[in-house]
Design a protein around this ligand. Structure first.
Ligand code: G3P
Length: 224
């Protein structure tokens, strides 16, 4: 799962180039992939790509007279497959997370709910989202990956989430850079990774993606 955030090189045409590179390399390896562009690029990418396009943020509101909001039904109308929820750069209270997971599910969309700690991951698991992504904020945007610096956090989160929500897939992210980081995360029980800067800020996003995808066994798919 590639989150483009609002890195200047990864908006507009840049977002589309990265999306196409991800689609190509993921298809070559048979690995399931998805992308979360900045909100203004959602429509363009959802129309142009075959892989799922997710929003980085969604609001717990109905559509209509809602200036500046992103209602779940608007995402669905644009062909968007779901949304990140509770990213540490845009956190939400548990009651809102529960509401959003439910609204997205009712709309036939997926949710990837981020958690900073094992305890938060366990609380979020009570909402039974399709995905929980464990991301320690202090490692986000850095070069030391969560799977190297905090292996216990991944393994414990996987156990804690499974106890409450056995069907929820646990992803992990923060500082993920290359093949080894990915392979280590999967060996610790993660179902996939959430990555941003290693791709969005790379001189060659295509090369960065190829290195990340090399960490997955061929035909790796943990989608819900
Ligand atoms: O959403 C992905 C994320 O927060 C990890 O960011 O830059 O450490 O890969 P990064």
């Amino acid at each position: 799962m590639v989150n483009l955030k609002t890195y200047p090189s990864a908006v507009g045409d840049g977002a589309l180039r990265i999306g196409r590179a991800l689609e190509r390399s993921a298809a070559r390896r048979g690995v399931s992939a998805a992308i979360a562009p900045a909100a203004p690029d959602l429509s363009l990418l959802a129309r142009s790509l075959q892989i799922p396009v997710l929003a980085q943020h969604v609001d717990p509101v109905d559509d209509g007279a809602r200036t500046g909001h992103i209602p779940p039904s608007t995402l669905r109308a644009l062909g968007v497959a779901g949304s990140l929820v509770n990213h540490s750069e845009n956190p939400a209270p548990l009651s809102t997370i529960r509401d959003l997971v439910s609204r997205l599910r009712v709309g036939g969309m997926t949710s990837i709910v981020c958690a900073r700690t094992v305890a938060e991951a366990a609380r979020i698991a009570t909402c039974h989202p399709p995905y929980v992504a464990i991301e320690p904020p202090e490692l986000i945007g850095g070069t030391i990956s969560v799977s190297t610096a905090r292996p216990g956090l991944i393994a414990e989160s996987v156990r804690a989430v499974r106890r409450v929500a056995p069907r929820t897939v646990v992803l992990c992210g923060a500082g993920v850079q290359g093949t080894e980081d990915v392979a280590r995360a999967l060996a610790l029980g993660a179902g996939g990774i959430l990555v941003a800067s290693a791709v969005a800020r790379a001189a060659s996003p295509a090369r960065a993606l190829a290195e990340l995808l090399d960490g997955f066994p061929a035909r790796w798919s943990r989608t819900r």
